[in-house]
Design a protein around this ligand. Structure first.
Ligand code: PRP
Length: 206
């Protein structure tokens, strides 16, 4: 049975495939995959999903390995092996808002896709806040008056800048990670070990 690798669609997928190709793995069938969500190469079976779903497929053993951002692991804490960091997907959680945040003395409202990370951050600061969960484009929330600030990931900073927001406080750094299903690591050890070795060797050589 081929090793099944679940990739987070979007930026992480592109960066992983470039990296994987640089390790001399063939990704030819994936390059023109169009809207397909499952692609077979000679060696691997690839599936493409949203980050949290990558973690779910790995947790359930549908995928043996998964490539996800640390943000997903921190927020959802899936029951998987977190094997190693990868040399891409570097960004940071941040609290962001408009430059002159109104100081009203009232509890701040924070919009985010990451309520657990946000709760932990403000608990540790000792500040009580109200959290509004959004599914994306959270930068809109302060602009439209839904929230005073947001907690989100910042990579280039362009999204904040183009929407007139600034970083108020930097939070944890994030990178892409390789995760594995706990049973797959035992059952497919012979197939998985060389993949992890090559990912690690390149990482160590940086
Ligand atoms: C992420 C994040 C920010 C943006 C940051 O969103 O939530 O909106 O990227 O990147 P930047 O600092 O390089 O501009 P994503 O593109 O995943 O879309 P979403 O907000 O709709 O989830």
């Amino acid at each position: 049975m081929k090793v099944c690798i679940a990739l987070t669609k979007g930026r992480i997928e592109k960066q992983f495939l470039d990296y994987f190709q640089s390790l001399s793995y063939c990704i030819e069938p994936i390059v023109n995959k169009g809207r397909k969500l499952r692609v077979e190469t000679d060696e691997f079976s690839f599936v493409f999903a949203k980050g949290v779903d990558v973690a779910t497929y790995v947790e359930h053993g549908i995928a043996d390995l998964g490539i996800v951002g640390d943000d997903i692991l921190m927020e959802f804490q899936p029951d998987v092996f977190d094997l190693l960091p990868l040399p891409f997907g570097n960004c940071r959680f941040a609290l962001a808002g408009e430059k002159k945040e109104a100081v009203s003395g009232k509890k701040r409202v924070i919009a985010t896709k990451y309520p657990n990370v946000t709760t932990a951050y403000f608990r540790q600061k000792g500040e009580a806040v109200d959290i509004v969960k959004l599914e994306g484009s959270v930068e809109l929330a302060p602009l439209l008056g839904l929230a005073d600030a947001i907690v989100d990931i910042v990579e280039t900073g362009s999204t904040l800048k183009e929407n007139g927001l600034v970083v108020l406080e930097w939070m944890q750094p994030i990178t892409a990670r390789c995760i594995a299903n706990r049973s797959s690591l035992k059952i497919k050890r012979e197939q998985i070990t060389p993949i992890l070795d090559s990912l690690q060797i390149k990482e160590a050589a940086r």
